[in-house]
Structure formats: C-alpha cells, structure tokens
Write a new protein. Structure first.
Length: 290
C-alpha cells in the first residue's frame, strides 16, 4: 500500500516549507514513529515509507545533491565488536530500515557512521579515519561542503552531533580522546582496528551540547528555518553558519552557546534530554520561523 492523498500532500507540504533546493547536501534525521502516529499511516511498511521519503528528497535536491542518514552505534565501545553490514544504528528507526537494503552505503567509522546517497557518495562511504570527532573526521567535510541539518518530527539539537567535533577541535576540558580496539567486520573482511572518540569525563560531565541561549541566538540570526504542521516540527539548519558561531563562542573564557551538565547543577541551561522536551513543547506553540 502507499500513502493516501492527504498524507502525501502533508509530506510534500513539509518538504516545501523546509525549502530544499537543487544540489543541497543534507544531514537527514526524522522521527519515523511520530510521523506514522500523527499522519495515521497504517497500511504502509516502515521500509517502504523510509524509501519514499528518501526518493522524495532525492528528487528535490537532484542528482548533484547528497544525503547522509545517521546510523551511529555506541554499543560497539562496550562490546568491542562491529559489523558494517549487520550492526544496527542507535539513532532512530529511519536509518535502520534503510540499512537493511542499503548497507553498502554505510560509511566507515562504527561510532559515527552514515548511510550516504547521491553524487560522489563513494568518497564519504570509503573514507577511513580513526577519530570520529577528530579534525579530519567526516564532520570537517560537512562544514566545508555547507551541509544542512534537516530534521522532521523533532528539534534539530537531537541530531546536532557535530557539536562534539567542535568541542574536540576547541580542546574543551570536560572531554578527552579515548581509544578502543574493535573486532571490525568490514563486509567480508574481519580485523581488529583502533578507533577514537571524544569521550566525556564522567566525573564532571553527564551531558554536553548546545544551550537554550544558543537555540535562541540561532533563531534570531535565522541560522535555521522552522515549520510545524499537524504537530510535526521540522528544521533546516545551516551547519556551516552554526558551527562558525559555536567555534567562536568556545574560544571565550566562559562560553554561553555550549556547556555541560553534571549531578551538581541540576537546573542547567544545557539542552539535554529533559530540556529538549521542554524546548520542543515551546516550538509546538509556534507556527513558523518567519
């Protein structure tokens, strides 16, 4: 079965308002379950719907565009095992349903891997790097190539993982480089490989990301476009402009755009999981960013 006319029109309305253009490069994240619930989709498989969304966005950005869907896996840090084809992502059902069919499109790093679609996608798929938050990680390319962070059904901060790359190259003191040796199954080849990530110092950092103040400034400076329809909030954020602001702020003695929380400062400004829910409730009351 396929989407009915009303559902199809709603999806296209969201994509219209997100202002996707030819040749856009997109870091794409969506809340698959929320979309199904709100749009009352019942007679369509999750896989077919995921492929439909992918196809609709591809048609808007054209053959020269690029789409990166996160399929991060953090559990490999504990298990010390990762299978590039079979290990599921932990960043939403959308990526995992696409992974079943498009596993060959999965990029190399196990912790921050993406399914890459579009022109010259092979250069990102096959790009091997040790540190997923390091200067030469995939995030550097996202900034250089002016990627947009597009989210449907949730606030962009839930997918603003690039913040840890910005923290790394700024040398924040509440995180450190941690290396792990992983039994890596690279499709047919199996070997032990070392990988590095910018880990939290657990005694002082429970969670780190952008703050309420950062979201407020992004809004005022029109770093992102926002749209709401049928209680689905969607964002299109310019990663290059956002990263420039955050990097500049992180050079300050007391940054205000990025911070960390711990067990001592329970009433904090950091957009952790509980605060993101509050922020999403705020955006539910708004209609549009303009």
């Amino acid at each position: 079965m396929s989407l009915n006319k009303k559902q199809f029109e709603t999806i296209n309305k969201i994509l219209d308002e997100l202002n996707l253009k030819k040749n856009d490069k997109i870091h794409l994240s969506l809340d698959l379950m929320k979309i199904f619930l709100i749009l009352k989709i019942k007679r369509m498989s999750f896989l077919k719907f995921s492929e439909t969304i992918l196809r609709l966005i591809k048609s808007r950005i054209g053959k020269n565009g690029l789409i990166a869907v996160p399929v991060f896996n953090f559990n490999c840090i504990n298990t010390r095992k990762f299978n590039r084809m079979k290990t599921p992502g932990e960043t939403g059902a959308f990526g995992n349903f696409l992974l079943k069919k498009y596993y060959k499109n999965r990029s190399y790093h196990p912790i921050n891997s993406f399914l890459i679609f579009g022109r010259n996608s092979s250069r990102l798929i096959n790009y091997e790097h040790e540190n997923c938050h390091g200067y030469n990680s995939i995030w550097k390319y996202f900034i250089k190539e002016n990627f947009k962070l597009v989210t449907i059904g949730h606030h962009y901060v839930r997918s603003f993982t690039i913040v840890h790359f910005l923290e790394k190259i700024s040398g924040v003191k509440y995180r450190f480089d941690k290396s792990v040796e992983i039994q890596y199954t690279n499709f047919k080849e199996r070997k032990k490989s070392k990988f590095v990530f910018f880990a939290r110092k657990l005694d002082i950092c429970k969670h780190s990301t952008i703050t309420f103040k950062c979201d407020e400034i992004f809004f005022k400076r029109k770093i992102f476009e926002f749209f709401k329809i049928n209680r689905l909030i969607s964002f299109n954020l310019n990663l290059k402009k956002a990263s420039k602001l955050v990097l500049s702020d992180l050079k300050r003695k007391k940054p205000i755009l990025v911070s960390f929380s711990n067990n001592k400062n329970k009433k904090h400004n950091v957009l952790d999981f509980s605060n993101v829910i509050k922020l999403e409730e705020k955006y539910q009351k708004l209609k549009h960013s303009n």
